[in-house]
Design a binder for this molecule. Structure first.
Ligand code: UD1
Ligand code: MG
Length: 483
C-alpha cells in the first residue's frame, strides 16, 4: 500500500518534474541488489524518494536507471501501478550531469517540457515531501535552486563556494578542492531545482576536466553564473539537513533507518500512542496505531499492520501484517504474522499466531499456543500449550492444555471443526478431518478420530489398574544393579 496524498502544494506555479538519479552501482554497499532497493523502514529507498516527489505535488517523474535496472523498474511499477513514471537508461555511468542528460528525451517525450525540474538522488531515503514543498515555496522564482547543508564534518560532499556577497559561484568536489576550499563547511546536498531551458542548455557545456574525469552536474552553477541567472542556495541545518544525508554503505543505511524510525515514532506519539521506549521499536511506514494504545519496549510492528485504540502490546512482541482491534492485549514476546484479531482479545505471553489466524472478540490465546489458518469464534479459549492448524473453533469453546490438531497426513492438510461451547480436555489429539459437535465434551487424553455428536462425551481411556505395593517390590528387585 503506497499512500499518495493529494494536495495543491507546488502545482500553482510552473509545471514540476523530477529527474531521479539511480543508475549508480553503489559499490560501497557490497550487495547483489541495487543500492536504491535496500529498504528503510520497510520501504525501498527509491520508492520513498518517488513517494516524496509525488506527495510534494511533482507530477512528472523520470527515473535514470543503469545498474540492476530491471529490478528497479519492476519494484517501482509494482508500487506505483497508477503513476506515470518514465525511464531513462544510462548504460554507462559517466557522472551526474550525464545522468540528467540521459533523462532529457524521456522528459520531453510528450511535447517540450518548459517547467521546473527537480533533480533528486535515489539514495537519499529520508527526504520528506514537506521539505521539498517548503523549499519550493521559499524560492518560487530563482531559475536555479541548489540545496546546501552545514556540516561539522563535510566529508566527501561538494563544497559550496561563495563570493564576498555570499552568492554561490561554484561547487567544488572534495577531490578537486584546494586546502582552503576543503575547509568550507557548507556543502552540496545534491538536491536541485532548475528551469528546464537553463538545465538542458547548461548540460551541453559541461566537460570532464576534473579529478574523476566525469560530467559533473555541479558545473551547472558555473553556467548559471555566466548566464547571469539568479541562484538560490538555502543552507539547511539540524533535522532538515539530516533528511538529506545520502546512503552509500551499510553504515549510512543504519543511520537512515534510525532517522526514519525516529520520525515514525514521533508521528505515532503525536497521534496519541504511548511508547514506553520509542528508541527500541521497529516500525514500518505503513503501520497505523490508534489513540490510547500502549506499546512497550522492544516491539517490532511492521508490514501493513493496523492496530486499533486502547490496545496494549507488551515488550518484545514481533508483529507483521496484522489487524488488531480496540482494547486487545498482546502479552510479552508473542510472534504474530498475518493474523486478524478482534476486540478485547488476549494473546500471549509467548504465543505464535501464523498466517490466516482469525480471532474474534474476547478470544483468549495463552502461552505457547500456535495457530495457523484457524478461526476462533467469539470468546473461545486456548490457554496453554496447543497447536491449532486448519481449524474452526466455535463460540466460547474451551481448548484444554496440550491439545493438538493433527492436521497433516504427510500429503495434505485437513480441517478440524469444534462446535460452540465444546470442551476439549487437556492433551487431546484431534485427528483431522474431524469435528466435535456443539457443547460436546472430550475427556482429557483422548485421541479423537471420529466425528463427535453434539452434547456427547468422548473418551478413549483404557481401564486404570492399581497394583498395591508394586513400587516397593520393584525397587527391591532392581536395587542390586546400582553400585
Ligand atoms: C554528488 C555531488 C556532490 C554532492 C553529493 C551529495 C556531483 C558531481 N557531486 O556527489 O557535490 O555533495 O552528490 O550527495 O554531482 N548517479 C547516476 N549516474 C552517474 C553518477 C551518479 O545515476 O553517472 C547517481 C547515483 O546513483 C546517485 C547520485 O547520482 O544516486 C549521486 O551520485 P554519487 O556518485 O553518489 O555522487 P557523489 O559523489 O555523492
Ligand atoms: Mg553519493
Amino acid at each position: 500500500m503506497t499512500d499518495i496524498e493529494t494536495h495543491s502544494g507546488m502545482t500553482s506555479g510552473p509545471q514540476q518534474a523530477a529527474i531521479i538519479m539511480a543508475a549508480g552501482k553503489g559499490t560501497r554497499m557490497r550487495s547483489k541488489h541495487s543500492k536504491v532497493l535496500h529498504e528503510v523502514a520497510g520501504i525501498p529507498m527509491i520508492v520513498r524518494v518517488v513517494e516524496s516527489a509525488l506527495n510534494a505535488g511533482i507530477t512528472k517523474v523520470v527515473l535514470v536507471v543503469g545498474h540492476q535496472s530491471e529490478e528497479v523498474i519492476e519494484t517501482l511499477n509494482a508500487r506505483f501501478p497508477n503513476v506515470d513514471i518514465s525511464w531513462a537508461l544510462q548504460a554507462e555511468q559517466k557522472g551526474t550531469a550525464h545522468a540528467v542528460m540521459c533523462a532529457e528525451e524521456s522528459l520531453m517525450n510528450q511535447g517540450a517540457f518548459s517547467g521546473d525540474v527537480w533533480i533528486l538522488s535515489g539514495d537519499v531515503p529520508t527526504l520528506s515531501a514537506s521539505l521539498l514543498r517548503s523549499l519550493g515555496e521559499a524560492h518560487p522564482r530563482e531559475p536555479l535552486l541548489v540545496t546546501g547543508m552545514k556540516l561539522d564534518d563535510p566529508k566527501s560532499y561538494g563544497r559550496l563556494l561563495k563570493d564576498d556577497q555570499g552568492e554561490l559561484f561554484a561547487i567544488r568536489e572534495a577531490k578537486d578542492c584546494t586546502l582552503s576550499e576543503r575547509a568550507v563547511d557548507e556543502v552540496n546536498a545534491g538536491l536541485y531545482r532548475v528551469e528546464a531551458t537553463l538545465l538542458f542548455n547548461g548540460l551541453k557545456t559541461i566537460k570532464t576536466d576534473n579529478a574523476q574525469g566525469e560530467y559533473y552536474l555541479t558545473d551547472l552553477v558555473d553556467y548559471a553564473v555566466q548566464q547571469g541567472s539568479k541562484i538560490a542556495c538555502p543552507i539547511l541545518t539540524g533535522e532538515r539537513a539530516l533528511q538529506l544525508e545520502g546512503v552509500n554503505d551499510r553504515v549510512d543505511l543504519a543511520a537512515a533507518e534510525s532517522r526514519a524510525q525516529h520520525s515514525l515514532a514521533l508521528a505515532m506519539m503525536r497521534a496519541g500512542v504511548t511508547l514506553l521506549r520509542p528508541e527500541t521499536l521497529r516500525l514500518s511506514a505503513m503501520t497505523i496505531v490508534g489513540e490510547d494504545s500502549l506499546i512497550e519496549e522492544g516491539v517490532t510492528l511492521i508490514g501493513e499492520s493496523v492496530v486499533g485504540e486502547g490496545v496494549t502490546i507488551e515488550r518484545g512482541c514481533w508483529i507483521k501484517d496484522c489487524t488488531i482491534a480496540d482494547g486487545t492485549v498482546i502479552k510479552a514476546y508473542s510472534h504474530l504474522e498475518g493474523a486478524k484479531i478482534g476486540e478485547s482479545a488476549s494473546v500471549g505471553p509467548f504465543a505464535r499466531l501464523r498466517e490466516g489466524t482469525v480471532l474474534e472478540a474476547k478470544v483468549k490465546i495463552g502461552n505457547f499456543v500456535e495457530t495457523k489458518k484457524t478461526l476462533m469464534e467469539e470468546g473461545a479459549k486456548a490457554s496453554h500449550l496447543s497447536y491449532l492448524g486448519d481449524a474452526k473453533i466455535g463460540r466460547s469453546a474451551n481448548i484444554g492444555a496440550g491439545t493438538i490438531t493433527c492436521n497433516y497426513d504427510g500429503y495434505e492438510k485437513h480441517q478440524t471443526v469444534v462446535g460452540a461451547g465444546a470442551f476439549i480436555g487437556s492433551d487431546t489429539q484431534l485427528v483431522a478431518p474431524v469435528s466435535v459437535g456443539e457443547g460436546a465434551f472430550v475427556a482429557a487424553g483422548t485421541t479423537v478420530t471420529q466425528n463427535v455428536p453434539a452434547d456427547a462425551l468422548v473418551l478413549t481411556r483404557p481401564e486404570t489398574t492399581h497394583r498395591r505395593g508394586w513400587a516397593t517390590l520393584f525397587h527391591q528387585r532392581r536395587a542390586h544393579l546400582k553400585k
